[in-house]
Design a protein around this ligand. Structure first.
Ligand SMILES: [Zn+2]
Ligand SMILES: [Zn+2]
Length: 237
């Protein structure tokens, strides 16, 4: 088969020749092609109601994790059905955020084969992301967006960071779950939590709301096998 006749300037290769219909293509970047959800119904619900549905396990979860190409592309797939029901651009919004935050730390992750480690440097991304989140938390406090736990929950929703659920509020610590987290929802297993941005944001907000120093630990994450993030916010005094 003559592929290309230089002189005539025509090609014999047809569109169908290029199409390889043999292999069943797995949707690479979208959980939304795998799970059928009534997004119009979901979009009609209040975000606090959806958070409670998550707490009660009423939101369908993907049976398996997308792990395209076992490469840095692995940070792209996100699973945020509620934010997706409100805006079909959500996957792009999340991808952009991740490429500018966790992308660097994932590049340095041994679980993700990447032939060229960035400059051979140990990743500083976790510290940078924590600080970015902390600054955003401070700015939100200063702009009076956050004055108590309730407005913190609302601000996290408005900033499309995630659906925050206060699981426990006590004298010594506060326990917070985040569903549809912008940093990690939909990630493959990376064997360590990656939501340093949210950890910084929560630390700044809670420190200022209570006027007490806190230390925030992430104890559950999509990247450690969970389908939510859990943070323990410990008062230092
Ligand atoms: Zn997260
Ligand atoms: Zn996480």
């Amino acid at each position: 088969m003559i592929l290309f006749n230089q002189k005539m300037g025509i090609s014999n290769t047809s569109y169908d020749d290029l199409l390889d219909n043999t292999c069943d293509k797995q949707p690479l970047y979208s959980y939304y092609e795998l799970i059928n959800i009534n997004y119009d119904l979901l979009a009609s619900l209040h975000f606090r109601e959806v958070t409670l549905m998550y707490r009660d396990g009423k939101i369908p979860m993907p049976a398996e994790r997308l792990h395209p190409h076992n490469s840095v592309h692995s940070i792209i797939p996100s699973y945020r059905p509620y934010f997706y029901s409100l805006s079909k651009d959500d996957p792009a919004y999340v991808a952009l955020f991740r490429l500018s935050t966790i992308g660097d730390s994932v590049l340095h992750d041994d679980n993700i084969t990447c032939d060229k480690k960035l400059l051979g440097l140990k990743s500083i991304a976790p510290y940078v992301n924590y600080y970015k989140g902390y600054l955003l938390g401070l700015r939100s406090i200063r702009k009076h967006k956050i004055g108590n736990l309730d407005s913190l929950v609302y601000t996290m929703f408005k900033l499309k960071m995630g659906l925050m659920d206060i699981v426990y509020e006590g004298e010594k610590q506060i326990v917070v779950d985040i569903y549809e987290c912008i940093s990690c929802s939909g990630l493959p297993i990376l064997n360590r939590p990656v939501c340093d941005f949210e950890r910084g944001f929560l630390t700044a907000a809670i420190t200022n709301i209570y006027n007490r120093e806190v230390e925030t630990r992430e104890v559950e994450c999509w990247s450690t096998g969970s389908t939510k993030c859990r943070f323990i916010i410990q008062f230092k005094d």
